[in-house]
Design a protein around this ligand. Structure first.
Ligand code: ADP
Ligand code: ADP
Length: 220
């Protein structure tokens, strides 16, 4: 029996733990992990036209314009591996993006199954951002204090070198938080209205958050 496609969104402010949890949850749900930030960073690294367009916005912690972002993510979702659905991380981030996603899914006769809203206080987020390190090869996030790799500077999964994102500094994170509250948090009400929103306490240890997320997706 073929299952209906499943589309699940991880919503939350910068450094709430979306990427960390997405790796685990995408395996659990057997869905591809589609992260708009990762797609932008891939384009930046490869110096594509899209990467060049996005760079200035990312550097100052602003959102990349909706038309560019929507086209990039919908293109990714049209690939064959997303026929069974996807776990979306970092998209949508504006009401216009949410509407465009709803429209694209409706055209395929599907809809969002669940939105997992990871809640973490702003002051905790600042410390998570500044201590974050990522694998250059696979993008896996670590934290120098809260989730250190077994060997300093090296990814546990594939031995890749860890680096710090250019935008993971105190100044940019303040802007990213402001942008989150102004432009992304209205999505909480948007998805509450369609009955798909589930609040998750993201201010607990990583395994406890994973358990809460797994419990939330049981009936999706
Ligand atoms: P975070 O760890 O802050 O959640 P991401 O890796 O998701 O960061 O995103 C990094 C940057 O990429 C954002 O600050 C923004 O400039 C850009 N970006 C990512 N997703 C989107 C989106 N859905 N809409 C607009 N810009 C985005
Ligand atoms: P996002 O994708 O939402 O921006 P990440 O998954 O990259 O967030 O997590 C941000 C930082 O916080 C990373 O350094 C990560 O190791 C760390 N982190 C994630 N979840 C937790 C948690 N529950 N407790 C402490 N630190 C965490």
């Amino acid at each position: 029996m073929t299952q209906n496609p499943k589309f699940v969104i991880l919503l939350g402010p910068p450094a709430a733990g979306k990427g960390t949890q997405a790796t685990r949850l995408s395996e659990h749900l057997n869905l591809p992990h589609v992260a708009s930030g990762d797609l932008f960073r891939y384009n930046l690294k490869n110096e594509t036209e899209l990467g060049l367009q996005a760079k200035a916005y990312m550097d100052r912690g602003a959102l990349v314009p909706d038309d560019i972002t929507i086209a990039m993510v919908l293109d990714r979702l049209s690939r064959p591996d997303c026929a069974a659905g996807a776990l979306l991380d970092g998209f949508p981030r504006t009401l216009a993006q949410a509407a465009a996603l709803d429209k694209a899914l409706a055209e395929k006769g599907v809809a969002i199954n669940g939105v997992l809203n990871i809640i973490v206080p702003d002051e905790v987020l600042v410390e998570r951002v500044t201590g974050r390190r990522l694998c250059r090869t696979c993008g896996e996030p670590y934290h120098i204090k809260f989730n250190p790799p077994k060997v300093a500077g090296i990814c546990d999964k594939d031995g890749g070198e860890l680096y710090q994102r250019d935008d993971d500094n105190e100044t940019t994170v303040q802007n990213r938080l402001k942008v989150y509250w102004e432009q992304t948090s209205p999505l909480i009400g948007y998805y509450q209205n369609t009955g798909v929103l589930v609040d998750i306490d993201g201010n607990q240890d990583i395994d406890a958050v994973t358990e809460a997320l797994k419990a939330a997706v049981i009936n999706l």
